[in-house]
Design a protein around this ligand. Structure first.
Ligand code: TXA
Ligand code: MG
Length: 325
């Protein structure tokens, strides 16, 4: 690896853009999670993403572009024009990924051979500057090894991918902390494919009711594999306030609100949003799972948050990290 560069330095932005154009792998900060980027038009560069992540199979990737106009070279926006225009005006740049019919210019590896492509305009100023300077679309999955929680700091990426990545741009901790919401515009009725950084209700306020679809990524190769996505090594267990199992070697993670009565006997108690603000929970979730995983606890009990707003995406990720799925 050439190093971790400060993304607020314009020279670092220029170096990252040059590296991307040269077919190298660059870890980029976004407002959701850090991405592992490569030139989406360069099949060999994209192949290195899968190698670096240790993915056992090829999942379709999200292609990142600097603005909505740049989508037209990659995808057919005409058929989805009304929804596309409303959604991009309301939520781009931001944590929303749209699935559209693809154009042939993209290598099959980016889309996993699908006739569609997922596109997003990220909001993080460092990555927007890189995208503008690079002048090529950037395919980027979350910059974690396959099956582990997504990185929300540059140090997470360096710790886990190290020399597998050519350059890391440090843009500070991710403000949102959960991956983007994915909406397919392939059918007349938009379909929610992955809950994420924009709550469903916010989207439906703009385009009306969405259908619910099946995610393409994280499709299990074998039964049980789905549950291991976003997994930690330390067993996580979802608990209710009346079924706590306090013990000195166990930790309690409270996703919203204060620790309940009866939690005193845990070796460690972490309350991510004592006041109940789920944006705080989302921003801290993945880093907290890593910290707890490194601490050597025998197990972590997790008290769920309400399934409202961002709580849907938070609980989606926590369930996937928990031992019983
Ligand atoms: O916030 C995010 O979305 C982050 C940042 C880096 O942008 N990226 C991210 O990428 O989470 P990844 O690879 O971890 O997840 C990509 C998701 C997968 O669920 C994949 O199946 C879905 O996007 N996807 C990609 N192309 C698709 C397509 N053509 N149709 C349906 N789903 C697609
Ligand atoms: Mg991922």
């Amino acid at each position: 690896m050439r190093g971790v560069l400060d993304g607020s330095d314009p020279r670092a932005v220029a170096e990252a853009a040059t590296a991307l154009r040269a077919g190298l792998l660059v870890a980029l900060p976004t407002e959701t999670v850090y991405g592992l980027g490569a030139n989406a038009l360069d099949a060999r560069a994209v192949a290195r993403i899968f190698e670096a992540k240790g993915r056992p199979h090829f999942d379709p990737l999200i292609v990142h572009v600097p603005d909505a106009d740049a989508v037209a070279t990659l995808a057919l926006v005409d058929e989805a024009r009304a929804h596309f225009a409303r959604l991009t005006a309301a939520f781009w740049p931001g944590p929303l990924t749209l699935v559209l019919p693809r154009r042939p210019v993209l290598p099959d590896l980016v889309t996993s051979g699908l006739p569609s492509v997922a596109v997003r305009v990220p909001r993080h100023p460092v990555t927007r500057a890189v995208l503008r300077a690079a002048g090529v679309p950037v395919a980027a999955p979350s910059a974690n090894p396959f099956g582990y929680v997504s990185p929300t700091t540059a140090a997470h990426v360096a710790d886990q991918l190290g020399d597998a990545v050519d350059l890391i741009l440090d843009g500070g901790p991710c403000a949102i902390g959960l991956e983007s919401t994915i909406v397919s515009l392939l059918d007349d009725r938009p379909t929610l494919l992955r809950p994420g950084g924009i709550p469903r209700a916010d989207l439906e306020a703009v385009i009306g009711p969405m259908a619910e679809g099946v995610r393409v990524l994280e499709r299990p190769l074998a039964p049980g594999q789905l549950a291991r996505h976003y997994a930690t090594r330390t067993p996580l267990r979802l608990v209710t306030p009346d079924a706590l199992t306090p013990a000195p070697e166990r930790a309690l993670l409270v996703l919203a609100g204060p620790p309940p009565a009866g939690s005193e006997g845990y070796g460690r108690i972490l309350a991510l949003a004592p006041g109940g603000d789920l944006t705080a929970t989302a921003a801290a979730l993945f880093a907290t799972l890593r910290t707890l995983d490194a601490a050597g606890h025998a197990g972590v009990d997790v008290l769920p948050c309400p399934l409202e707003g961002l709580g849907v995406a938070i609980m989606d990720r926590v369930r996937r990290a928990a031992i019983d799925g």
